[in-house]
Design a binder for this molecule. Structure first.
Ligand SMILES: Nc1ncnc2c1ncn2[C@@H]1O[C@H](COP(=O)(O)OP(=O)(O)OP(=O)(O)O)[C@@H](O)[C@H]1O
Length: 748
């Protein structure tokens, strides 16, 4: 039984107007030229699209300043972002720290797990086909970031920063304006609330959710260093195949451990594609009959690669760090063995009215937590005495407390902030946590990122040391491996089902990027969408934007253009978000304009196209956003729309099969329509989007380092919105952004 815990107690929904009567959509006559790297030339009646690989690159930011690590950025923002809360000093001019330094810091955090000495070996397994692959060393790519959820505060928002946290509410860390991810440096997230006066300024980090204490996905600038340091040395290695599909994978404990003590295992080249399901059936493994019945009822017969690779190891009780591509069934992979643990507990533990909580699943966003709880519920169909409870921000705590009190709750699915809140404020809750046998961190790299790390450390500290810990994600940067000991034993199994030599994205998802000046981007977006709609009756598109306010603006614009649009971001009340997520899940013929609240984990079936407008916070975020399409082996496409000065980002994804398209031609009719629609967008929304935009790029280490240039680009953005003058920004906000006295900005 699952309690969703999502109530309708949120504030009013300020939905951006959908479907205004204005802005009739007229097609025809538009001629755009897209030639997909020569791969595909569209020639659809009346409209011809041709994409070609342009080679043009004008990266203003690609200078010798090099690629700093996100931490470096944070450092810059040090004044703005208040890192002390995490005990980190990110103010490092050089930005990029050596792994050693990082490790050093990481160790500082390891005290939660101090019963295990040193960095034990990291066993690495290759999931699929038994090849054990190590991590492809992508060196210090910045971790990816999240946002903090929190929309319950209708504060001023200056850019979406999804990583806000509500410290003020509990009277701690009130002064914290730092982004939760101290380390990332990209998004200057100034916290959720002002220490005084209760206003919350969101300075434009990418996401937006600022909910009380939790944080969702959000963005930060890309962390390139890694890619650069990922020299593709192509270290290959000895990986042994499992004897039989379901046999435990051989590990190579201790092999190829790097000087930092973190296992670095190299893999042999292997072919292999992207097949979604393995040959192994669930009934071939040692799941209990009731769990198997649940699996069958859920419609699952054969295992996916990650399920096949991890299940036997997890059932042995080992700590596992698992990496598998997006949409390949990681949720079931960690839930099934967790359910087995609960079902094997003695009846006294299992059946008493308020048994201890045995499994805690932590997810970075509310939507994801909701989804994981729903999946658990499905799988528990034939385990009536095992209950799942969901605790997430944006809902009434009292209701959650009541549900946990009156209903079985052996499995708890939570977002970090709300979980912490219950630990601190729900009587008896901490005691119930002492029964935890399994801790699961979904989107583990996100949760171990600086934005969430303190919360995770506190949560881990409240759990018994004798437990099993499972970390899952589609992306596992080296940094995460280096800090995974925060939550895990030193001796863990790393299961990597992303084959060495294959990309972290799905081969059946076609990826292109378009580089265009800002003043053309709305027209290009409109053209891309109308093209896609005309080609796909059952289209289902997600357009990712950099911040919540920009998301709102784009949704409003597309609605004016008479497209069928919904929007979702952290500035929306949870009840609204839940409703929109459900609608999008079930619908066809719909465009979801989203901040990074939808970037990770959310399983919207049959998404046909993902558009990313503006630079993602980092490589991981790009991969996760793209992963909303091409799930379960389906096909899909992804388009990244960048301004010329954002092209630097392409270097961080240069190993992915993304091709460049030339700038599509925009016909006069489209241009006029978009201009007309823009004229109907509320000026207030444009002003807020401008501020958010400024905040987001200000905290981007590449773009934000030259404030004069930043202001000039922001004003370009303002013009692209049809504004004659850049909007005035509150003085306090400018000061917090470190932008006071920069010529070209107007203050109020
Ligand atoms: N064995 C299976 N057979 C068929 N479908 C499955 C199986 N396991 C999971 N699925 C389905 O695959 C879809 C994707 O699963 P899930 O959302 O867990 O992917 P994921 O790997 O966690 O993705 P992401 O990295 O984006 O979080 C879901 O709709 C789920 O129901």
């Amino acid at each position: 039984m699952v309690s969703s815990g999502i109530d309708d107690d949120d504030e009013d929904e300020d939905e951006v107007g959908f479907a205004s009567p204005r802005g009739r959509r007229e097609r025809g006559g538009r001629s755009s030229e897209f030639s997909h790297r020569g791969r595909r030339g569209n020639d659809r009646g009346g409209r011809s699209s041709e994409f070609s690989h342009g080679g043009r690159r004008g990266n203003d930011f690609d200078d010798d300043a090099g690629f700093r690590s996100p931490r470096g950025q944070r450092g810059r923002g040090g004044r703005l972002a208040n890192a002390p809360r995490r005990g980190y000093d990110f103010d490092n001019e050089s930005g990029f720290r050596s792994p050693k330094e990082q490790r050093g810091r990481g160790r500082g955090y390891s005290d939660l797990d101090d019963d295990e000495g040193g960095f034990g070996s990291l066993r690495v397994r290759q999931g699929r086909g038994g090849r054990m692959s190590g991590m492809s060393r992508r060196g210090g790519r910045g971790s990816d970031l999240d946002d903090s959820e929190d929309d319950e505060n209708d504060s001023m928002e200056f850019g979406a920063s999804s990583r806000r946290h509500d410290r003020g509410r509990r009277g701690k860390d009130v002064e914290s304006f730092g982004s939760r991810r101290g380390g990332r440096g990209d998004s200057a997230d100034f916290g959720d609330r002002w220490p005084k006066g209760g206003k919350m300024f969101d300075f434009g980090s990418s996401e937006d959710d600022g909910e009380l204490e939790e944080v969702d996905e959000d963005d930060g600038p890309s962390g390139f260093e890694d890619d650069l340091s990922d020299n593709g040395s192509g270290e290959k290695d000895l990986v042994k195949s499992p004897a039989k599909t379901f046999a435990p994978f051989e590990s190579i404990k201790g092999e190829s451990v790097d000087q930092e003590g973190v296992g670095v295992v190299r893999t042999k080249e292997s072919g292999g594609g992207d097949s979604y399901l393995s040959q192994t059936r669930f009934d071939e493994c040692s799941l209990s009959p009731l769990t198997l019945k649940g699996v069958k009822a859920a419609g699952y017969e054969r295992m996916t690669a990650v399920q096949e690779a991890t299940l036997p190891i997890i059932l042995q009780g080992k700590d596992v760090l698992a990496k598998a591509k997006t949409g390949t069934g990681k949720t079931v992979a960690f839930l099934l063995p967790a359910i087995e643990v609960v079902s094997k507990l003695s009846p006294i533990d299992r059946d008493q009215k308020r048994p201890p909580i045995s499994v805690v699943v932590v997810c970075p966003t509310r939507e994801l937590a909701d989804q994981a709880a729903a999946e658990a519920n499905k799988l528990l169909k034939f385990h009536p005495s095992i209950g799942v409870q969901l605790v997430i921000g944006g809902t009434r705590m009292a209701l959650e407390q009541k549900r946990m009190h009156t209903n079985p709750c052996q499995i708890l699915v939570a977002t970090p902030g709300r979980l912490k809140d219950h630990m601190e404020n729900t009587p008896g809750f901490a005691t119930r946590l002492t029964g935890v046998k399994v801790l699961i961190l979904d989107e583990a790299d996100r949760l171990l990122d600086m934005g969430f790390r303190t919360d995770i450390e506190r949560i881990v500290a409240a759990l018994p040391k004798q437990r099993q810990t499972l970390l899952f994600s589609a992306t596992v940067p080296d940094e995460v491996r280096q800090v995974c000991h925060i939550a895990m034993k030193r001796d863990i199994e790393f299961v990597n089902t992303v084959q060495e030599g294959s990309e972290e994205t799905h081969s059946q998802v076609k990826q292109t990027h378009i580089v265009s000046p800002l003043d053309k981007q709305f027209s290009i977006l409109y053209g891309l969408l109308t093209d896609h709609i005309s080609e796909n009756v059952d289209y289902k598109v997600i357009v990712f934007c950099t911040t919540a306010k920009v998301t709102g603006l784009v949704a409003e614009l597309l609605s004016e253009l008479k497209l069928n649009v919904r929007e979702i971001h952290s500035r929306k009340p949870q009840s609204y978000r839940t409703r929109i997520a459900k609608e999008f899940k079930e619908s066809k013929g719909l465009i979801l304009v989203s901040s990074d609240v939808s970037a990770r984990g959310v399983d919207y079936p049959n998404v046909t196209l993902v558009v990313q407008m503006g630079v993602p916070t980092d490589r991981e975020q790009y991969i996760h956003r793209l992963g909303r399409t091409g799930r379960r082996g389906n096909e899909g496409s992804g388009i990244l729309l960048l301004a010329p000065w954002e092209e630097y980002f392409l270097r961080s994804i240069k190993d992915l099969p993304i091709t460049e398209a030339t700038l599509p031609l925009i016909d006069l009719d489209t241009k006029r329509k978009v201009e007309k629609a823009l004229a109907h967008v509320e000026v207030k929304d444009k002003e807020l989007a401008y501020q958010a935009w400024l905040g987001y790029y200000n905290s981007n280490k590449y773009i934000g380092r030259d404030k004069y240039q930043l202001v000039s680009l922001a004003n370009e953005f303002s013009r692209s919105l049809g504004l004659n003058n850049p909007p005035a920004v509150p003085k306090l906000v400018l000061r917090k952004m470190g932008l006071n006295n920069i010529p070209g900005l107007r203050s109020k």
